[in-house]
Ligand binder design. Structure first.
Ligand code: SF4
Length: 448
């Protein structure tokens, strides 16, 4: 049983799990609550004095759920000693499981979905009211883009900018269309204005975020138009984006990437599976051949392209032969890196309703392990081929392993470690690659 530390009612411990969109939403929540006088526990600080604990949750994989349940178990114990502690769950898991979470965890005061963050101050006040009761604020909106709320960013050279919210694609394995609602795009002028402010504040890089950036539309402008407008903002050295969908990738975007030196030559193109039958069951809208043709066109259009991907192993009914099709695409597309996961059934999805999760866990694990080994070998060979080349890097901070070295990123978003006492965070430098591992490049500065 923890000792009863005195609670600071204006102090919020906001913890974030899951994707970059969740990190961005936490930045919005900081602004919304900061306007009402709340302060925040620093990311690396551990304290039981925060009067409010908010957990921004993720519903994409079971591992995220498991971590959050473990955290809720700790908070349940803490709340026995600190009865005035307010506990709120934000994000996709909160939206997806709604009152089920409240029933299972009486120590949770409220759940708040991704379109309801403006209600956070009210939800905290309700939790502190005399007739304390659990609340759920989970309305999805067709319009909410938080356009007027500037995220409170933690310092860094990169700033994330959400250009749209929601998704209309309904891939059968994915909860996002149910937890984040329909697609809505922000006004491009608002995005450009935000980029200008970020540049003025010293940010050198922006990453435009959307569940499927191909669908961005606002007043006749598409994503290629938007990224061009953002790239033209003075002071922005690098523009990145994530993620486009392979089924409707706009070819105009390839031209914009190729023509703008500050738009990074990096595309994250989620494959998910290399087998046509599985792709159809996933409702992905492309075939193996179409994906490989697109990947080849991208490499031909953008010299030095870094192509990365996401893959799911063990989607329902996936046989060893189906999985081998995925291995084939990984070899053919020769991704620079890949996020490879076991399929995990998500509550409320079409896949949960239509397809029993019938691939045994040990088979899923074996496929992930094998595919990771294939991908690691491809990445290692590509990195070794970079030895001797000169890479332009943006310095993000000190290396974790050796604070005497800089941790920087090249255009392809790979970490490059090098030593140069004359540099500072945010500098852009040319570095010659002298050594390579599958995940890191080691360099030495090239004299100016
Ligand atoms: S495109 Fe598919 S995987 Fe991506 S968020 Fe939308 S439904 Fe989910």
């Amino acid at each position: 049983m923890p000792t009863a530390v005195a609670l600071d009612s204006a102090l919020v411990d906001l913890q974030t799990y899951g994707c970059q969109m969740n990190e961005y939403d936490s930045e919005l929540a900081r602004t919304i609550l900061g306007r009402e006088g709340f302060r925040f526990v620093a990311p690396d600080e551990a304290t039981d004095a925060a009067g409010v604990v908010l957990i921004n949750t993720c519903a994409i994989r079971e591992t995220a759920h498991t971590k959050i349940y473990a955290r809720l178990g700790d908070l349940k114990v803490r709340k026995r000693a600190q009865k005035d502690l307010v506990v709120g769950l934000l994000g996709c898991m909160a939206q997806n499981l709604k009152t089920e979470l409240l029933e299972r965890w009486p120590s949770v005061d409220f759940v708040c979905g991704p379109d309801a963050y403006r209600h956070l101050p009210h939800l905290i006040a309700e939790a502190r009211s005399t007739n304390r009761a659990q609340h759920a604020s989970i309305e999805l909106s067709e319009y909410e883009t938080y356009e007027d709320i500037a995220p409170t960013r933690v310092e860094g050279v990169n700033a994330w900018i959400a250009i749209m919210r929601g998704c209309n694609n309904f891939c059968t394995f994915c909860v996002v269309p149910y937890t984040r609602g329909r697609e809505r795009s922000r006004d491009p002028l608002g995005v450009v204005e935000e980029t200008r402010r970020l540049a003025a504040d010293g940010h050198k890089q922006v990453t435009l975020l959307g569940q499927n950036v191909n669908s961005y539309r606002h007043d006749g402008r598409d994503f290629a138009d938007l990224i061009e407008m953002v790239a033209d903002v003075d002071g922005i050295e690098r523009v990145r984006f994530t993620s486009p969908h392979p089924k409707d990738f706009p070819l105009k975007l390839l031209r914009v990437i190729a023509e703008h030196p500050n738009v990074c030559n990096t595309i994250h193109l989620p494959l998910q599976s290399g087998n046509d039958r599985i792709l159809k069951a996933m409702n992905r809208g492309y075939t193996q051949e179409e994906f490989l043709d697109l990947a080849a066109l991208m490499r031909a259009s953008i010299p030095g392209l870094t192509l990365t991907t996401d893959i799911i192993c063990g989607f329902p009914t996936e046989t060893d032969a189906d999985y081998e099709d995925t291995v084939h695409v990984v070899r053919e597309a020769a991704f620079e890196s890949a996020y490879i996961f076991k399929y995990s059934e998500r509550q409320g999805t079409t896949a949960e309703r239509k397809f029993p999760d019938d691939v045994p866990d040990d088979v899923k694990s074996r496929r992930v392990t094998e595919l990771l080994a294939v991908q690691r070998e491809i990445a290692r060979a590509k990195n070794v081929a970079k030895i001797g080349s000169v890479e332009r890097v943006l310095i993000e901070g000190a290396s974790k392993k050796d604070p005497g070295q800089w941790r920087a990123r090249n255009d392809g978003n790979f970490i490059v470690v090098f030593r140069d006492p004359s540099c500072a965070v945010g500098d852009v430098r040319d570095v010659r690659i002298v050594e390579a591992t599958p995940n890191t490049l080691i360099g030495e500065p090239v004299p100016a």
